[in-house]
Every structure is written in C-alpha cells, then in structure tokens.
Design a protein around this ligand. Sequence first.
Ligand SMILES: NC(=O)c1ccc[n+]([C@@H]2O[C@H](COP(=O)([O-])OP(=O)(O)OC[C@H]3O[C@@H](n4cnc5c(N)ncnc54)[C@H](O)[C@@H]3O)[C@@H](O)[C@H]2O)c1
Ligand SMILES: O=C(O)C(=O)C[C@]1(C(=O)O)C=C[C@@H](O)C=C1
Length: 307
Amino acid sequence: MAQVYDRVALIGLGLIASSMFWAMKRSGLAGEVTGYARSDETRATAREIGLCDVVYDDIKDAVRGADLVVLCVPVGVMGPVMAQIADALAPGATVTDVGSVKKDVIEQITPHLPEGVHFIAGHPLAGTEHSGPRAGFAELFDNRWCLLVPPEGADPEAIARLRNLWEGIGANVEEMDAEHHDLVLAVTSHAPHLIAYTMVGVADDLRRVTDSEVIKYSAAGFRDFTRIAASDPTMWRDVFLSNKEATLEILGRFTEELFALQRAIRQGDGDHLFDYFTRTRAIRRGIIEAGQDTDAPNFGRSAGRKL
Ligand SMILES: NC(=O)c1ccc[n+]([C@@H]2O[C@H](COP(=O)([O-])OP(=O)(O)OC[C@H]3O[C@@H](n4cnc5c(N)ncnc54)[C@H](O)[C@@H]3O)[C@@H](O)[C@H]2O)c1
Ligand SMILES: O=C(O)C(=O)C[C@]1(C(=O)O)C=C[C@@H](O)C=C1
C-alpha cells in the first residue's frame, strides 16, 4: 500500500495507539512512527516490545516533524496534552484524536491549535476491556467503523489523507457531526457501559450478602457484562464526565423504560413484557438482515451499509 504519512506521532501508548502502530506496520501506510508516553514504565515497555520506531522521553520531540499527530490519551486530558505540543507542531501537520467523545474534546483542543495546523477529530468504534501498551493488536480496526468529525471548512485533502490511513488499517470510515456522534455513542456505548458497571456492582454486593456463587454460575449475558465492567476506570470516568449531557439524556429514558418493565413484572402484565421483547428481537433481526452486524464475516461487503 502507498505511504500516506511520512512521520506519524502517537501520544499515549495504550490499547488504541499500540493497535494503530501494529496496523500501520502491517499496511506500510506510515513511514516512521514515533511515540510518547507519560510514565517511564510505559516508555520502557514500549521500547522492549518494539512499539514505535522511536519512543521519546519528551512529548515535543515526539511530535516535531510529524505530518500526523494522533492523541490517544483519555478524553479528560486532550486539552492539556494539546497545549503541551502546540508550539512543536510542524506547519501543515494534521492533529487527530481517537477519543470516545467528540464535542468536549473538540472544545478542549481547538483553542490550542496553531495557525496552519489541521485538526480532524476521530473515533474508531473498536476496543477491548484491556488497556496499556501490551494490549494492542493489528486486527483491532478490521471491519470496524471509524467516525471522522472534521470542523466546518476543514481542508478536504487533510480529511482524505486521514480517511486513507483509517481505511488502510482496516476500518470503514464515515463523517459525522460532533453532537450527533455523542448522542449515538451515548446510546450504543456509554450508557451500556454504565449499565454493565452497575449490574456487576449489584452482583458483587449480592455475593457479599448471601455468599452465593453469582460469578461462578454466571451465564453468557452476565459474563459479557463482567468483561465490559473490567474496562479502564480512568478512560470511563472521563467519558461520562465529558459526555455528560447525552449520557444523562439516554439514562433518563432508560430509567423510564426500566420502571415500566418493573411495573409490568409486579402487576403480572405478560402482554407488556411479550410485546416489548418482540419489538427488541425484531431490531436484532433487522440488523442482521441489513448486513450491519459488524461481527458477521461478510460485514463491509454488503450493499447499503450505513450506521
Ligand atoms: N479502549 C477502548 O475500547 C477505546 C475505543 C475507542 C476509543 N478509545 C479512546 O481512546 C483513547 C485511549 O484509550 P485506550 O483504550 O488506548 O487507553 P489506555 O489506557 O490503554 O491508554 C491511554 C494512555 O494514555 C496515557 N495518558 C494518560 N494521561 C496522559 C497524559 N496527561 N499525558 C500523556 N499520556 C497520558 C496513559 O498512561 C495510557 O498509556 C481514549 O480517549 C478513549 O476514550 C478507547
Ligand atoms: O468492545 C469493547 O470492549 C468496547 O467497549 C469498545 C467500545 C464500545 O463501546 O463498543 C468502547 C468504547 C469506544 O469508544 C469504542 C468502542
């Protein structure tokens, strides 16, 4: 594959940065890839496992001369990190991020953007419950969505290059505005994570009270909850604080529906439960029939796939 960027700098060497590194190496889309991590320990691990061509102790050295800088840090520190690198960025460079929230991250980064540097926000919809420099793998983005959120009037050439990079490392790219992104992700990712955290917390309390074997005998659904609830606490604390409005809006709706289901159970209203579950089952079937199941082997090859 033809090279898209000569020098890419990855800031924050965790799951997403390391996956991007291995995927870029697999595809040959980037020349040199530099990296910076805040802690000595992470930098030492990165050097040991060959994560990045050069790992710098100084964040400014890592971004100097880069034509693409990718901010892979928790969403709560995007602004401060951008402030640290601003005066070392090369004119004409593109800055992007991979944060799970877009409106707040854009508001944090934009004030520090030097003249002549492009900024195109991004978010790969792919991850695992693991974090840190050893967690990444080249296939993470294969057949997953990556949403780009360019500001109004963004340079089309800069957008096209970033799109080429993401497509080259396996993702399907769509553009979206920040507010819509944050609402969609509140429904599909942020609220579900909070529900998983809560459910696992409830089970843990129950185990303490009754000494029953909640975890030992948990079936598939609950095991999935425990996987999700093992996700990085810093990342998720920041996501909820950063996407506060949209998450609270979805949680409000969720709570109303939950109360209605609770009432139906208490009152023995089987029709309500049956109708509700029939509606939700149809949604899953619709996703599969429309070829939008990203876990399906043929995802990305069917016509008309849309978010
Ligand atoms: N994990 C996922 O499933 C997932 C998926 C898509 C996007 N994201 C987003 O990607 C970003 C990175 O997530 P990750 O899963 O790779 O996390 P991670 O914890 O694996 O890595 C984050 C890295 O950032 C470093 N860091 C934290 N604060 C820093 C600071 N002030 N300066 C420099 N480095 C700092 C941490 O030490 C860590 O090495 C987050 O914004 C997250 O919202 C995560
Ligand atoms: O699969 C997982 O472990 C994830 O939680 C990945 C997941 C998601 O909710 O789908 C988590 C956060 C992101 O911003 C994008 C992807």
